[in-house]
Design a protein around this ligand. Structure first.
Ligand code: XMP
Length: 481
C-alpha cells in the first residue's frame, strides 16, 4: 500500500491542446526570464555538464539569445578562465585590456596573442599609453627578440568612452584601422573598441548581453564552493548555479544563503521536485529554481536509488509555489524531443535546460566518435563513474568521507547534429509553432494559459510516425521508445 498515492506524469504522457488562433509562429515572442532579473531571448540553456558546456558552447548559446552554464568539474581557476573568455569574447568596450611594455620582445607579443586569441595589444609605459602593436605589425617578423618599441604603431587614434557606435565606425573607417584606443581625459588607457566586436554584435542582435554589451554566462558550483564563487564573481559571471543532485538539503540551502550574503549576484538553486523544496530554496534566497531529479537522458538515479519524480508533475508542483513569490522555475533534464520544450513551459517552467540534445553539436566539448560509418559525440552523466573520477571538488553527487562514489549516470554517445545555431533554430521553431497552434503570442501568456491533456499509451504511439523512415528529419528522434 502506498503511503501517499500520487500519479506523476512526464513529457510523453501529455500533449498541448490547440486553441483558436490568429497568431502566426513568426509573430510570437519567445523571450522569457531566467531568474528574477535576467532576461533571455530564447528559453533555452545548455546544461552544466563536461560534455555539454564549456566556453565555446556558452558563447554560441548566448549569441543566440539563450545561455550556457559552465560546468563545475574544472579547477576553480579553469572555470573562472572560461567565464573570462566568454565575457571578453565580444564587447563594446573591452575594459582593462591586456597591455605590454615597450621593452618586451616580439616573442612575448606572439605568446600573449596566441594564448588570448587577440590580434592587438596596447603598449603602456609607467601607466602611459605609448603605442599599439597588432598582428599586422609583426606578420612576417621572424626574429622574436626584436623589441616592441621598434615595431609598434606610435601614431595613435584615441577616443573617449562616451563615443557612439556610429561615430566609432566612422573613425575606424576614416583611419582605415581595426582598433580604437579608449582613453580617459588624462590620456590614460581605459579600453579598446575593435572592428571584430562591432561586427559580431551586429551579426547577433538577439544575443543575451549584460548592461555593458558583453555576452552573459553562468557557472555551476557545488556546496560550500565559496572560493570558486569568488573567482567567478571577479570575472563578472552573470549567474551562479548551486548545482546538486539533491537541492533540498542543508548544505545547498546554506551555500545559497552564504553566496547571497557575500555577493551581489543572482543564484539558481536546485535540483528539486517538490513544493516544499521550492519554498525552502526561495527562503534561502534563490532567484530561480531548477527542477529535475532523475529525468536526464544519462541519469540512472531513479533506477539505482529508486528516487525521483517525473518531470511534468515536478514542474507543476514547483511552479505553483514559485509563482507566489514571482520566482521563475527551470525544467532540467528529460527533453528528448523538441516539442518537450513547449510542454515544459506549458506546465509552468520559464525555460528549459538541455544536455543530451545539445551534446551532439559542434560546440559541445565531447569528443567526436565515428562508429559504423556514423558520426557521434561523447555524452556522459556528471554522476557517471568516469565523470565522478574526473571531478574537482564536491561535484553534484553524494561522496562518502572515504571518497567512495556510487554512480548515478551512464556514459554514452549521441548523434552528431551540427552547429548550435541550426539546432536552436529548430528547437525555437518548434516552440513558435506550438504557440501558433495554441493561439498565444507571448511565452509569458503561453506559460499561463496553455492546456495540457494526458495521453494514453495508444495516444503516445500514435504521436510518432508509423512508417519506415527513409529520410530522417533533423528535428525528430525515433529513440528510445
Ligand atoms: P538531458 O536529458 O537533457 O539531461 O540529457 C541533462 C540533465 O541531467 C542531469 N544530470 C544527471 N542526472 N545522473 C543524473 O541522475 C547523472 O549522471 C547526471 N548528469 C547530469 C542534470 O540535471 C543535467 O542538466
Amino acid at each position: 500500500m502506498l503511503k501517499k498515492k500520487k500519479y506523476a506524469l512526464t513529457f510523453d504522457d501529455v500533449s498541448i491542446v490547440p486553441g483558436y488562433s490568429q497568431v502566426l509562429p513568426g509573430e510570437t515572442d519567445v523571450s522569457t526570464r531566467l531568474t528574477k532579473s535576467i532576461k533571455l531571448n530564447i528559453p533555452i540553456r545548455s546544461a552544466a555538464m563536461d560534455t555539454v558546456t564549456e566556453e565555446k558552447m556558452a558563447i554560441a548559446m548566448s549569441q543566440q539569445g539563450g545561455m550556457g552554464i559552465i560546468h563545475q568539474y574544472l579547477t576553480p581557476q579553469e572555470q573562472a578562465e572560461q567565464v573570462r573568455k566568454v565575457k571578453r569574447y565580444e564587447s563594446w568596450i573591452i575594459e582593462n585590456p591586456i597591455t605590454i611594455e615597450p621593452k618586451k620582445t616580439v616573442g612575448a607579443v606572439k605568446k600573449i596573442m596566441r594564448e588570448n586569441q587577440i590580434s592587438g595589444i596596447p603598449v603602456v609605459e609607467n601607466g602611459k599609453l605609448v603605442g599599439i602593436i597588432t598582428k599586422r605589425d609583426i606578420l612576417f617578423v621572424e626574429n622574436n627578440s626584436l623589441k616592441v618599441e621598434d615595431l609598434m604603431t606610435k601614431k595613435l587614434v584615441t577616443v573617449l568612452k562616451d563615443i557612439t557606435r556610429d561615430k566609432a565606425k566612422q573613425t575606424l573607417q576614416k583611419n582605415k584601422i581595426e582598433k580604437l584606443l579608449v582613453t580617459k581625459k588624462d590620456g590614460k588607457l581605459l579600453g579598446l573598441i575593435t572592428v571584430k566586436d562591432i561586427l559580431r554584435k551586429e551579426k547577433y542582435p538577439n544575443a543575451t548581453r549584460d548592461s555593458v554589451g558583453r555576452l552573459m554566462v553562468g557557472a555551476a558550483v557545488g556546496v560550500g564552493g565559496m572560493k570558486r564563487v569568488e573567482l567567478l564573481y571577479k570575472e563578472d559571471v552573470d549567474v551562479i548555479v548551486v548545482d546538486s543532485a539533491h537541492g533540498h538539503s542543508k548544505n545547498v540551502l546554506n551555500t545559497i544563503k552564504q553566496i547571497k550574503k557575500q555577493f551581489d549576484i543572482d543564484v539558481i538553486g536546485g535540483n528539486v521536485v517538490t513544493a516544499k523544496a521550492t519554498e525552502d530554496l526561495i527562503a534561502a534566497g534563490a532567484d530561480a529554481i531548477k527542477i529535475g531529479v532523475g529525468a536526464g537522458s544519462i541519469c540512472t538515479t531513479r533506477v539505482v536509488t529508486g528516487v525521483g519524480v517525473p518531470q511534468i508533475t515536478s514542474i507543476e508542483s514547483c511552479s505553483e509555489v514559485a509563482d507566489k513569490y514571482d520566482i521563475p522555475v527551470i525544467s532540467d533534464g528529460g527533453i528528448k524531443q523538441y516539442g518537450d520544450i513547449a510542454k515544459a513551459i506549458a506546465a509552468g517552467a520559464s525555460s528549459a535546460m538541455i544536455g543530451g540534445l545539445l551534446a551532439g553539436t559542434e560546440e559541445a566539448p565531447g569528443k567526436k566518435v565515428l562508429l559504423e560509418g556514423r558520426l557521434f559525440k561523447e555524452y556522459r552523466g556528471m554522476g557517471s563513474e568516469a565523470a565522478l573520477e574526473a571531478r574537482y571538488g564536491p561535484g553534484r553527487y553524494f561522496v562518502s568521507p572515504k571518497g567512495k562514489t556510487v554512480p548515478e549516470g551512464v556514459e554514452g554517445l549521441v548523434d552528431f547534429i551540427g552547429p548550435v545555431p541550426e539546432v536552436l533554430h529548430d528547437m525555437v521553431g518548434g516552440l513558435k509553432n506550438a504557440m501558433g497552434y495554441a493561439g498565444i503570442k507571448t511565452l509569458k501568456e503561453f506559460r499561463k494559459k496553455t492546456k495540457l491533456v494526458e495521453v494514453s499509451l495508444g495516444g503516445q504511439r500514435e504521436s510518432h510516425p508509423s512508417v519506415r523512415i527513409t529520410k530522417e528529419p533533423r528535428n525528430y528522434r525515433a529513440f528510445p521508445g
